[in-house]
Ligand binder design. Sequence first.
Ligand code: 1HE
Length: 261
Amino acid sequence: MNPNTAPLVTVQLHGRVAELTLNRPDKRNAISLAMVAELERCIATLPATVGVVVLAARGEHFSAGLDLSEVPEMSAAEGVQHSHAWYRVFEQLQFGRVPVVAVLQGAVVGGGLELAACAHVRVAEDNAYFGLPEGRRGIFLGGGGSVRVSKLIGFSRVTEMMLTGRTYSAAEAFAIGLTHYTVATGTGLAKAHELALRIADNAPMSNYAILRALPLIAEQPMSHGLMTESLMAAVTQSEPEAKQRVQAFLAKRAAKVQRGD
Ligand code: 1HE
């Protein structure tokens, strides 16, 4: 297909899992406003049967970040609007209806890392590397990374990454908590689908609480956090599905937790 007419994001449905794939490998999946809009449309039109999203990218690199060809033409006012267009879709990813598992390979840099930071589970192939080269380009984070990436690895590491332009390897990214899994090159998608199926098997109310309540609790003072937690616990355990699942365990009909799970 002509790269100029190919969709910038493709959607493939695998039962309860929707695979969303950035599809601009010739430009290293640089994120243009058109790609942001396409991502937004794909998320908004996911069938109700979808319980988990796998976010992937075609080609050797997850994403080279912001499409730099958009920068020279942008005024300050347009720059603010540009960031807000990214924020809107990234918020839908992070706080939407369904958990997101990202598969990361090659360059995961700038806005690509900001996008990856919206996912709930990050699987990196061992050839992945992570950087924030904004300082090198004379620009700044603009896709929520100063907040999201700082929350993941701390303000000090983000400062150093941005000042020096250093990259973290897949092994280092795992060690500092930027990713959750490191897998061999070429196996990330399979691992992401395996994890997605496990997530899809959770009770929907538990997944809701994990996605919606947990991040709020993390921002609350301890006394408020404990109150929110207790209310959320009461709501989830009142669901008929929770009663059934607990009864199944007590009747020895449900799987035990196993080492290596
Ligand atoms: C691009 C972009 C891009 C590649 N915008 N066109 N991001 C960066 O500073 C990273 C810039 N990119 C790179 O450092 C490299 O491209 C990679 C290390 C990611 C990949 O290298 P390589 O050798 O595989 O590919 P390439 O030859 O550099 O790029 C292939 C094509 O993609 C080439 O275009 P072509 O017409 O010559 O084929 C590149 O120009 C194009 N390309 N990256 C536009 N980013 C919300 S604010 C977020 C702020 C940021 O994200 S700042 C970080 C920007």
